[in-house]
Design a binder for this molecule. Structure first.
Ligand code: FUL
Length: 488
């Protein structure tokens, strides 16, 4: 009896000790607000996904249709959304966002609220629903599915009036209730003014800030698909990187001072780098097309971005605390063109070869400080939920890794543990070759991921030093890689 009681006591004490150590762990590192919510965190982990611009413009060979096109013009001959999904999957992408309706107003699904849709086209004899086909293909290939719905509609007679807002919301409701889970809703900011507008053929200006009643439109998305992140020039959940070239800024803060949210805001440039002390977590998304145009134009068949260009874009988007939304203009057959497939496959091989072997694994790591419970070994455990923490007294935290034997490498990766907020303001990255430290790079922000590329060299050790930070440094992971040479 006595023994049992003592055992019970020991077990209880151990349990209390365990609970205390957990509490201690959690309470040690305070978050630096703002921080991402769970849905933004899930989105951060995607990093690389496809935009598909395919709609009426594909058949009129335009970038922006006027709105006076006829549904009969939409007629892909070999449309196969499973091919799109397969190509995206094999490319290593995690999802697809489709232009359900672009500025010309034509709808890729048989909306109940307009005749200007696939239901009046020859495609599948008017019985087709491209949004359904694509959502099912995405499910089959394990890809996330997202919707681009242009607020501007150059076809609709009521555009500019209150009635159009009801129409826009009805369409949004169809898209967000009929096709399963949506991971991202993309609101374009473009509003050009003139259009067909049901035959009026006139210029219609709206106040982008107030016309779409963004708070309630955003509220509708939240209600129907609470996990979806919403994109516009200024958020609310993710923001435009500020250019369509594929390049994020060297300094990229995820926080911004998000006073108002609407697509097409004239001062989005002030968000390009974000704001160190911004009040809301609104990370950037880098959208760029694999060809010069967003839509397919046969004359651009030989202008598909090369492997080296795509790699450069990847390092300057994913590697600069952003995500890469790479556009594939599906052609008039309804297929991703062979030239795109070739570039994407080359890119997939490059990424696989580069990031499959982290040369820092099992090597000797030293750090300038360490908080109990957040040891340096967690820098290399490949667990996105564990991290190393420097003490708050350590104002210039340093991570050094000495390699057992010299390794030829050309890429360094580091990720902050962003669930606790973005912190690093400035850093240096050095490598040791032939016994001498060499400064390779001096940078500013890190955030979700920073990739540093350099000439291939035989490296004996690497050193990452934070030279300025908002708060105690928390690092999720580090890596050293060797990207293959690109021979083009
Ligand atoms: C822009 C649009 O005007 C382009 O046509 C394209 O859809 C691009 C992604 O966004 O604002």
């Amino acid at each position: 009896m006595k023994i049992v009681t003592r055992n019970k006591l020991v077990v209880t004490l151990l349990f209390v000790g365990f609970l205390m150590s957990c509490t201690k762990k959690r309470s040690t590192i305070a978050a630096v607000e703002p921080v991402p919510n769970a849905y933004q965190m899930a989105w951060q982990e995607l990093e690389y996904y496809a935009f598909i611009h395919f709609n009426m413009n594909t058949f009129t060979n335009k970038e922006w249709g006027f709105g006076d096109e006829q549904p009969q013009q939409f007629n892909p001959t070999e449309l196969d959304t499973r091919q799109w999904a397969r190509v995206a999957k094999e490319a290593g992408m995690k999802g697809i966002i489709i232009t359900a309706k672009h500025h010309d107003g034509f709808c890729l699904w048989p909306s109940n609220y307009t005749e200007h849709s696939v239901k009046n086209s020859p495609w599948r004899k008017g019985k087709g629903d491209l949004i359904r086909e694509l959502s099912e293909a995405c499910k089959e290939y394990g890809l996330k599915f997202g919707i681009y719905l242009s607020p501007w509609d150059r076809n609709h007679p009521d555009y500019g009036k209150q009635e159009y807002i009801t129409y826009f919301r009805n369409q949004l409701t169809e898209l967000l209730t009929e096709y399963g889970e949506i991971f991202e809703v993309w609101f374009d900011g473009a509003n050009g003014g003139d259009g067909y507008y049901g035959g009026a053929n006139e210029e219609r200006r709206v106040d982008k800030r107030t016309y779409y009643d963004w708070p309630n439109t955003i509220g509708l998305v939240r209600e129907l698909q609470p996990q979806a992140v919403i994109f516009s020039d200024a958020g609310p959940d993710i923001r435009w990187v500020g250019n369509e070239k594929g390049y994020a800024n060297e300094t990229t803060w995820s926080p911004i001072f998000r006073d108002s949210v609407y697509g097409g805001m004239p001062d989005f440039q002030r968000f390009a780098s974000g704001q160190e002390n911004g009040t809301h977590w609104v990370p950037t998304e880098t959208d760029v097309s694999i060809r010069p145009g967003w839509y397919y134009h046969p004359e651009q068949d030989d202008q598909v971005k090369s492997l080296s260009k795509l790699v450069d874009i990847y390092y300057n988007s994913v590697g600069l605390n952003s995500s890469l939304l790479l556009n594939l203009p599906v052609d008039t057959r309804g297929l991703v063109h062979e030239n795109e497939v070739a570039s994407l496959n080359a890119m997939a091989t490059f990424l696989k070869e580069t990031f499959s072997k982290n040369y820092l694994l099992n090597q000797k790591v030293t750090t300038s400080s360490e908080v109990n419970g957040f040891p340096k070994k967690q820098l290399l455990d490949e667990d996105l939920n564990s991290y190393w923490a420097a003490t708050s007294a350590d104002s210039q935290p340093t991570i050094s890794v000495t390699l057992e034997k010299p390794i030829a490498a050309n890429t360094f990766m580091i990720q902050e543990y962003i669930p606790l907020g973005q912190r690093i303001k400035a850093f240096t990255f050095e490598v040791m070759t032939e016994g001498t430290w060499k400064k390779i790079y001096e940078g500013s922000t890190v955030g979700n991921k920073r990739l540093i590329r350099f000439e291939t060299q035989s490296i004996e050790a690497v050193r990452f030093k934070v030279t300025d930070t908002k708060a105690q440094v928390v690092i999720n992971t580090i890596g050293l890689f060797k990207a293959p040479e690109i021979n083009e």
